[in-house]
Write a protein that binds this ligand. Structure first.
Ligand code: DCP
Ligand code: MG
Length: 449
């Protein structure tokens, strides 16, 4: 059977932060641009355009030193929100080539295009088209390395910087790879480089040829890894990064149909709490909330609203959901199923401005930490009954936990909306919620990609 050599593309953006600045401010193109802080500041260089690199400016250098090396440079503060937004646009583009994408860092990704060749042509053609798309869509430049494994693809990208397409095949390992300085190998830092130099080893070829016993005497167990690097061998495989969901929802079918408003509201708040927590785990904040109600007749109604500001916290999502429930005017009808879906996500929504409800977000993140440590039942969003905003409540077995058959922990605690953070005893389920979902609600997360 013919097994095709794997074809991986390693994409690394060129001077990423500086390039984003130049893309959105065309007057900066072609100029030395240093990102990391204002002129005269005490920060360090995050990155700089290649025009500034020509003057010796480098990442991690103090801004003052960069100023001395390149006084005519434009100095800019870091605007992480802009770079994260560009990152997400890029990842979306990469996913249009293949869904086998591993996001390596804010400006690097690996694509496995082995299976795309029939569709899109040889890897080099795929790389060239991708470079054009990145340029057309984002105004950014990137370097792309092609290789049979992650190590050689990354190395090929580094050798192609800036703006090039490089390729390293197995055959190159005993060819042009041999002349490279050892420092080019990813994983050989300055300290290792010095130790290798002390043994007289300066090129990859020398590292390939030296008797293993000599290497082992100097590096012990690290010798094997060094040898693998020298031969471009890597067992690391591409680890596909799942795409962020387009919507996240939770719905629940009551064990017995429900027609009391209080139970519906409590359940809705708990569902909203879960949906908001899931969204936050993905680093997403929704603009849209949808509430779904299925009546005992199986007639189903939904109502959705899109908000101008992202709803970064569970109370905000819950309040929106409660408002939608009111609009649905369920009245005295019997309800079989209730659901909350959040969607229209904004990425990186947790970089807050002074206007944002940062206290609420900090609180929500603290709750996430409690959930991770003690389980999701340790702390829940309280019902927000009587029109008050939902607050947080935790603790063991509060009265009212068992309303209307909602006894599986989905039920929000009816504590009058007081904001109390009091995690339940570590490792012990909250009293009154024993037995998981048995006999209670069948909660089911629904994520749609
Ligand atoms: N970065 C940073 N501080 C560092 C290293 C990097 O803030 N010590 C940021 C700024 C870079 C981005 O991460 O723009 C990506 O890092 P790279 O190492 O890929 O550097 P660049 O993309 O800037 O340049 P290159 O063309 O060499 O990849
Ligand atoms: Mg880069």
């Amino acid at each position: 059977m013919f097994v095709p050599t794997r074809a991986l593309l390693h994409v690394d953006m060129d001077a990423f932060f500086a390039a984003v600045e130049q893309a959105r401010r065309p007057e900066l193109r072609g100029l030395p641009v240093v990102v990391g802080g204002e002129r005269g500041g005490r920060g360090v260089v995050s990155t700089c355009s290649y025009e500034a690199r020509a003057f010796g400016v480098r990442t991690a250098m103090p801004i003052g030193q960069a100023e001395r090396l390149c006084p005519q440079a434009v100095f800019l503060p870091v605007d992480m929100g802009a770079y994260v937004a560009a990152h997400h646009r890029l990842v979306e583009l990469f996913r249009s080539v293949t869904d086998l994408v591993e996001v390596v860092s804010i400006d690097e990704a690996r694509l496995d295009v082995t299976g795309c060749r029939l569709l899109f042509g040889p890897p080099r053609a795929i790389a060239r088209r991708l470079q054009e798309q990145v340029h057309d869509a984002c105004g950014l430049g990137c370097s792309i390395g092609i290789g049979p494994n992650v190590l050689l693809a990354k190395l090929a990208a580094e050798l192609a910087k800036p703006g090039g397409i490089g390729e390293l095949a197995e055959a190159d390992v005993r060819g042009r790879l041999r002349d490279l300085p050892v420092g080019e190998l990813h994983g050989v830092g300055p300290v290792t480089q010095e130790r290798l130099a002390a043994l007289g080893l300066t090129t990859v070829g020398m590292l390939q040829d030296i008797p293993f016993a000599v290497l082992a005497a100097a590096f012990g167990r690290g010798a094997h890894g060094l040898r693998q690097l020298a031969f471009g061998r890597s067992v690391a495989t591409l680890r596909r990064t799942p795409a962020a969901p387009k919507s996240i929802g939770h719905e629940t079918t009551f064990a017995e149909d429900v027609n009391d408003a209080e139970t519906l509201r409590r359940t809705l708040v708990a569902l909203a709490d879960r949906a908001a927590a899931d969204a936050r785990r993905h680093g997403l904040a929704p603009h849209t909330v949808t509430v779904k109600v299925r009546f005992s007749t199986f007639h189903t109604v939904t109502r959705r609203r899109t908000f101008g500001r992202p709803l970064a916290t569970a109370p905000a999502v819950a309040a929106a959901a409660l408002g939608l429930l009111d609009e649905l005017a369920v009245g005295a009808r019997w309800v079989r199923l209730l659901g909350v879906v959040v969607s229209s996500f904004r990425h990186g929504a947790f970089q807050l401005t002074l206007d944002d409800g940062w206290r609420e977000v900090a609180l929500a993140e603290a709750v996430d930490r409690v959930h991770r440590r003690y389980g999701s039942r340790a702390l829940r969003l309280a019902g927000g009954l009587g029109g008050s905003a939902p607050g947080l409540s935790g603790g063991a077995g509060q009265a009212g936990d068992r309303g209307g058959g909602a006894s599986d922990g989905l039920s929000a605690v009816a504590s009058g909306g007081a904001s109390v953070i009091a995690p339940a005893v570590a490792g012990r389920p909250v009293a009154g919620f024993g037995g998981g979902s048995a006999g209670g609600l069948a909660g089911s997360p629904v994520a749609r990609a």
